[in-house]
Design a protein around this ligand. Structure first.
Ligand code: PHE
Length: 455
């Protein structure tokens, strides 16, 4: 390998570090903020059912594909395709990924900023003795402000930048290993409290009982988009992280563990939230504010609620941080390796550019709210385009690339590193990335887009 000192690539230090960092990327606002609210919007159990199907049949194989591409190429999302498929247009898949990273981090930083503000609200006991209606007003009034949310968002972006500047290994790996288990613990405690509320069974029924009459084509597309979003797939995040994984790691096992962790945490978040939603008579299709309105309600009702509310929003912020780092790293690794600039400069430039786009996302909740595109404000537009279009498209190309371009032999070689490849597992994997994933993504995607045109 031609390693120049300034271009030397970091490697994750330990196996657990890889899982913690990748799970840290996967587990984030997508699980705790977005999953419950879109499950609410698209009708509950049936949406969950379709989502789980997509996770197993498409998400897991695409995750393994990304890890394999990354480790094999030892390069950023764009450079990886350039290296593995020289002189071909495949590199544009990497470009698409970098663009998606830009859009996602722009609105992600806004929501992470809200959670920082909610840490402070929790600390100052601001939820105490407020009615559900008052808590809703508090949230809406806050997000519509022109300045405060922007400052929190900036603060969060600076935090992200500070860690990425240091490098992947010394920052995230260390924090993720300690903070992720803590997050799980808190969600379990909150879930236990929520299911013991009076009227909780309604919420559990809403989450787990599939009523397929409620499912729409747009709901199915959103389930697919969210499977990609939640597992951090389709834009090269796990290609980038995979490029830092040592040859001693078993990629298949890592992908399975990360997928299971991400799914369990999303479901736990649902269990913590829906029973409370129904117990307090709040509509489950509240949208983006769900977690910021309902959870404070739960905290008010539980012993030690003051303490848990602080802990929850703190951990929400941290979960967001371990994800935002992975998103920024996609852009930074690209700038650093393709434009041959230093990590420091690359990190600062990307943070500034993304924060500027993020500023408009934040303002679109309030003073710029009247500017709508396809009936969505700028924040929702970026969310929609990136999650429901760019990520599934990226996933489509990634699975085609691994299934048809790289092919079975090279994949077998990659998956054999650090493990023994079990033949049927390889056969199923290749079948999924060759046929099932691309066809399913194409069908869902085209249907979803068509619905939009007519709706
Ligand atoms: N998976 C993260 C979450 O659920 C978000 C994310 C999307 C991270 C895409 C990286 C890439 O919050």
């Amino acid at each position: 390998m031609n390693k120049k000192p300034t271009q030397a690539r970091d490697l994750f230090a330990s196996k657990f570090g890889v899982i913690a960092a990748a799970a840290g990327s996967a587990v984030g606002l997508g699980n705790i903020w977005k999953f419950p609210y879109i499950t609410g919007v698209y009708g509950g159990g049936a949406f969950l059912f379709v989502y789980l199907g997509f996770i197993a049949l498409i998400g897991l194989p695409v995750m393994l594909s990304e890890f394999s591409i990354g480790r094999r190429a030892r390069s950023n999302a764009f450079g990886a395709f350039k290296k593995l498929a020289p002189g071909s247009p495949w590199k544009f898949v990497g470009m698409l990924g970098v663009a998606a990273a830009f859009m996602i981090l722009a609105f992600y930083g806004v929501v992470a900023g809200w959670s920082i503000d909610y840490v402070i609200k929790a600390l100052s006991n601001s939820f105490a003795s407020k009615s559900p209606g008052e808590l809703e007003t508090m949230f809406v009034n806050f997000t519509e402000l022109p300045l405060t949310p922007v400052l929190y968002q900036l603060f969060f972006m600076i935090l992200t930048m500070a860690i990425v500047i240091v490098g992947v290994k010394d920052g995230i790996e260390k924090y993720a290993k300690f903070l992720m288990p803590l997050l799980v613990l808190i969600i379990i405690v909150l879930g236990l409290r929520a299911v013991t509320l009076e009227g909780a069974s309604e919420g559990l029924k809403f989450l787990f009982y599939p009523d397929f009459s409620k499912l729409t084509a747009e709901g199915v597309l959103s389930a697919l988009g969210h499977a990609f979003f939640s597992l951090s797939l389709g834009m090269g995040t796990l290609i980038t992280y995979g490029s830092y994984v040592s040859d001693k790691n078993n990629l298949t096992k890592t992908a399975v563990q990360v997928t299971i962790a991400d799914t369990i945490i999303a479901i736990l978040a649902g269990i913590a939230i829906f029973p409370a939603v129904f117990a307090f008579g709040i509509e489950p299709d509240k949208g983006a504010g769900l977690v910021f309105i309902t959870l404070p309600n739960v905290f008010q009702q539980m012993p030690g609620g003051y303490f848990f509310s602080i802990l929850f929003f703190l951990l929400l912020t941290v979960a967001a941080l371990t994800s935002s780092i992975s998103i920024l790293e996609v852009v930074v690794a690209y700038f650093k390796e393709e434009l041959k600039i230093k990590r420091r400069t690359a990190t600062i430039i990307s943070t500034v550019l993304i924060s500027i786009v993020g500023l408009f996302c934040s303002l679109s909740m309030g003073i710029l709210g009247e500017y709508k595109f396809f009936n969505l404000n700028f924040f929702d537009l970026l969310d929609w385009i990136s999650a429901n279009m760019l990520l599934p498209l990226g996933g489509l190309f990634i699975s085609l690339f691994v299934g048809w371009y790289l092919g079975k032999d090279k994949i077998q070689e990659e998956l054999s590193k650090g493990s023994v490849v079990i033949k049927p597992v390889l056969t199923v994997f290749i079948f999924l990335v060759r046929f099932i994933a691309p066809v399913a993504i194409a069908i869902v995607f085209l249907n979803g887009i068509e619905v939009l045109n007519f709706g």
